[in-house]
Structure formats: C-alpha cells, structure tokens
Design a protein around this ligand. Structure first.
Ligand SMILES: *[C@@H]1O[C@H](CO)[C@@H](O)[C@H](O)[C@H]1NC(C)=O
Ligand SMILES: *[C@@H]1O[C@H](CO)[C@@H](O)[C@H](O)[C@H]1NC(C)=O
Length: 188
C-alpha cells in the first residue's frame, strides 16, 4: 500500500516548477503601523519517521498518493529549512494533524503549529484550514505567539519533491499584522 502524501497533495508537482526557489524574506511597513512579512521555507517530511498514519479511515478510496479513506488521521513533526536541501539550516518545526474529511478521500482538514526562529522574528504561527489533494489552495493563518502575536495571512504549500519516503514541501508565508498590533507594541 502506498502511503498518501497527506494534506498538501500532489497537484503541485506541476506548480512547484513555476516557483523560483528562494528563501528571501521581505518586511514592509506602510507608515500606519501595519506590517507584512513574506518568506519561503522548506518542510522536510519522511514517511514513518516524521509523518505517520495513526488511524486509517473507515470508508472511501484506499490510501494512495492522492487519496486516503474518510476519517484517516495523520500526525507530523517536520523540520523547516531555508533551502530544499534537508542539510540546510533549520529555522523551524511544523507540528500538525490532518484528517481526511471528504468521502472522495481528496480533502483533509489540516492544523499545524509552526514554531519559527528567524533572524528578527521568533515565535509560533497557528494554521487551520482544508487542503485539497489535487487543487491549489491557501491555508489561513489564525494567529500566533511571540513576535507573531495577532498575525493573520495565509500559507501556500506546494510539493517540491517526492522521493519516497522523503517529501519536501515549499511553504510560502504571507503574513500581515492588523493595525492595532502597532498600537499594542508602541503606544503602551
Ligand atoms: C546538501 O547539502 C550538503 C551539505 O551542505 C551537501 O553535501 C550536499 O551535496 C547537498 N545536496 C544537494 C542535493 O545539493
Ligand atoms: C509505513 O508504515 C506502514 C505500516 O507499517 C507501511 O504499510 C508502509 O508501507 C510504510 N511506508 C513507507 C513509505 O515506508
């Protein structure tokens, strides 16, 4: 039985090629205290080492790279690196759960806590959303801690390489802080 690629799906083989692999980050301020931050990291995942199928679902298609039975539960704890090479610098950890939530086996509800130690930003980001195994999707950021307190935005994942059991995902982070964060930090 092939193991599924879990939540980030496969479509993505195609998409991955259209992105330039960089790990640069940009931060901008608009003069009203609003900030945004954009950067790219690489999630290093190994089946049966950092990603496990904990419970196999009850009905629907069998587990494959694109589908998993309804109700399947996956758990991961993956390192995040600055380049696709798994030996490159580690700057974060993604801990999460994914549950197959559509009867056709294509959609998963995904939640990840992403702990980051970047040059100027330390803290965690919480992400919650649904991932489709074939279509493109964004995963909403629902908050954070530390330097990411009150953060909003989204994460765009894409599959970069799959050389079983090793999987590398490219994660584009698009983070935005609401204006009241500037007041919270600087006015009080
Ligand atoms: C990954 O990085 C290591 C250590 O820097 C290097 O030895 C190896 O050749 C790199 N692999 C690839 C595929 O570039
Ligand atoms: C992971 O472990 C399961 C259960 O032991 C096995 O069926 C599956 O083939 C393994 N997958 C890989 C890629 O090692």
């Amino acid at each position: 039985m092939a193991q599924p690629l879990r939540h980030y799906g496969v479509a993505i083989f195609l998409l991955a090629l259209s992105f330039k692999a960089t790990s640069t980050s940009t931060a901008t301020h608009d003069g009203h205290g609003r900030k945004s931050l954009h950067f790219t990291l690489y999630q290093q995942e190994t089946i049966n080492k950092t990603l496990y199928l904990i419970v196999k679902g009850v009905t629907g298609p069998d587990a494959s790279p694109t589908t998993s039975p309804f109700g399947s539960l996956f758990v991961n704890q993956d390192l995040l690196t600055v380049s696709p090479n798994s030996s490159s610098k580690v700057v974060g950890v993604a801990e999460g759960v994914s549950i197959t939530s559509s009867l056709d086996g294509l959609i998963n509800v995904v939640t990840e806590k992403i702990t980051l130690e970047l040059k100027h930003y330390k803290g965690s980001i919480s992400m919650l959303g649904t991932a489709h195994n074939i279509e493109v999707f964004d995963l909403p950021v629902v908050g954070g801690t530390g330097d990411f307190m009150f953060v909003q935005g989204y994460i765009k994942p894409s599959l970069l390489t799959f050389d079983s059991p090793d999987i590398v995902y490219r994660l584009e982070f698009h983070l935005y802080w609401p204006p009241y964060v500037a007041e919270y930090h600087f006015s009080y």
